[in-house]
Design a binder for this molecule. Structure first.
Ligand code: GDG
Length: 462
């Protein structure tokens, strides 16, 4: 692509550094291959009455990272509270994950959300070139294109939603839902993770706008047209395989083999987030020990729950609940020489992560809702094809649309989940091999390079 790529997301990461995962990896890959600019929040919260030395008259910090320009802006404490904690993570994140019960529709939040999106547009516009292609990421920035268009921006702008898009009945509980969904029409292309999400968008617009579908599949509403499609995000399979061959991963694998010799290991790796279904998963594991006592003394669950958004209240509760559940199982079932659950509330270095996946016989990926879930793909990429582990996967993860060869579970049904875990632990080698081979083909075909290329090509043709 000859045009310069400009990625805009809430946070920005240096693509040369080994990133923490998820979005950072995908964006780093997209930018590093073509060069370009990455614009977003610096991560700094400032006091407007006592600001730190200004980055310049524009208020934008600009750094070069190889062939990528990183341009970041600071947020005031009020903006951080209303835009980031309040609206993005206190309204959009819970509602888009079907958790209306956790949403806090306080009126002031949406003002902050609009204010920061407008501020982003004002700071970004002077940095743009005529032939730039702009790719906006995720729920923090839904109205950004509308704000840019209001300032006269004519460049192509695409949007990708990394989290699920809920059904119309849930979406329309957001007081400003119409404004939010109308804002999507300022984009030239809107991408979602799954066919399910896409069908929800169509149904919402058909009933609320109401939109009509044109012959070419575009949605016509609000006097405009919208091209929307699903682009399931993938991982960089080769990169993950390479990390898996590195010293740090091999060392962790070796240690785990030694520490858990003769045990069947189940692994879970998630941000500590209520969407990931961790308490349900722990209850299913308890049920497994109850229903299939042979697992006592022989099966161990290693659950990494990396700290996330600790300044949002709902996250404190899930942490307490999880600690209570794990402690109770270890107390009730553990023995001097066997601990059922190793629960780790820390971030494991990315270079070590494949070692943990390699040691796992079964991966538990059981979110209550997930846009995609990259951990499922990283687990498959890490397995030894000659003796692979089994993926137990929630039917409510976007990844479930791609993985017919995982063992599907309804995470709310803890008994059935326990049965699926037992089936995974008992699965014969030949079946494990064939399932793994087919899932590996999937993640290789639909990897992160495919995701980037197919989104950007569609945007350029739009
Ligand atoms: C959002 C959507 C969508 C986790 N713990 C550690 C760690 N991780 C890494 C994983 C993986 C990434 O973080 C998590 O990605 P997920 O896809 O599982 O989930 P979200 O963070 O919620 O991401 C999701 C994704 O965006 C991409 O579109 O798939 O549905 O919610 O890479 O490995 N990495 C390290 N230590 C940890 O402890 N290093």
């Amino acid at each position: 692509m000859a045009n310069r790529l400009v990625v805009v997301s809430n946070r920005v990461a240096d693509p040369r550094k080994t990133a923490a995962g998820g979005l950072a990896v995908a964006m780093g890959d997209a930018l590093a291959s073509s060069g370009g600019m990455w614009f977003g929040w610096s991560g700094q919260v400032i006091d407007p009455n006592n600001p730190p030395p200004s980055p310049g008259p524009s208020g934008v910090h600009v750094h070069k990272a190889g062939n990528v320009t990183l341009a970041t802006v600071d947020l005031t404490a009020d903006d951080h509270q209303a835009y980031y904690l309040g609206y993005s993570n206190g309204v959009l994140w819970p509602v888009f994950h079907y958790r209306l019960d956790l949403a806090d529709f306080e009126a002031g939040y949406i003002d902050g959300y609009r204010r920061v999106n407008r501020m982003f547009a004002h700071k970004l516009l002077p940095l743009l070139r005529d032939d730039d292609v702009i790719w906006v990421q995720d729920y923090h920035l839904i109205p950004l294109a509308a704000e840019l268009r209001a300032l006269g921006c004519k460049q192509r702008i695409g949007f990708f939603l990394h989290i699920p898009l809920p059904p119309p009945q849930i979406l329309s509980a957001i007081p400003a839902h119409e404004w939010l969904m109308r804002a999507l029409f300022a984009y030239d292309l809107v991408g979602v993770q799954s066919q399910t999400d896409l069908s929800h968008l169509h149904r919402y617009l058909a009933s609320e706008a109401p939109a009509e579908e044109a012959a070419d599949g575009r949605l016509l509403a609000y006097g405009r047209s919208l091209l929307a499609a699903s682009f399931p995000i993938g991982i960089d399979v080769d990169e993950f395989v390479e990390i898996g061959k590195g010293a740090e991963a091999r060392e962790l694998y070796g240690k785990m083999r030694e520490q858990f010799a003769g045990k069947q290991l189940l692994v879970g790796v998630d941000r500590l987030d209520y969407s990931k279904g961790l308490p349900h998963r722990i209850r299913a594991f308890r049920h497994l020990l109850e229903r299939y006592p042979d697992n006592r003394g022989s099966s161990t669950l290693v659950q990494v729950a990396s700290p996330s958004r600790e300044d949002v209240e709902a996250y404190h509760e899930i942490r307490r609940e999880l600690e209570g559940l794990c402690g109770a199982i270890n107390g009730d079932y553990g023995d001097i020489d066997w601990v059922p659950i190793h629960y780790i509330h820390r971030t494991v270095a990315r270079k070590r992560l494949p070692g943990l996946f390699q040691a796992g016989r079964v991966a538990l990926v059981t979110p209550l809702r997930d846009g995609m879930n990259l951990v499922a793909k990283e687990f498959i990429a890490s397995q030894d094809a000659a003796d692979p582990g089994v993926l137990v996967l929630s039917r409510f993860a976007g990844a479930a649309e791609q993985f017919a060869d995982a063992l599907p579970v309804n995470p709310y049904d803890t008994q059935a989940t326990a049965e699926a875990i037992q089936a995974a632990l008992a699965m014969p080698l030949a079946e494990r091999q064939i399932r793994h081979q087919r899932m590996l083909e999937q993640i290789r075909q639909f990897d992160v390079h495919w995701w980037r290329k197919s989104f950007l090509e569609t945007l350029m043709e739009s």
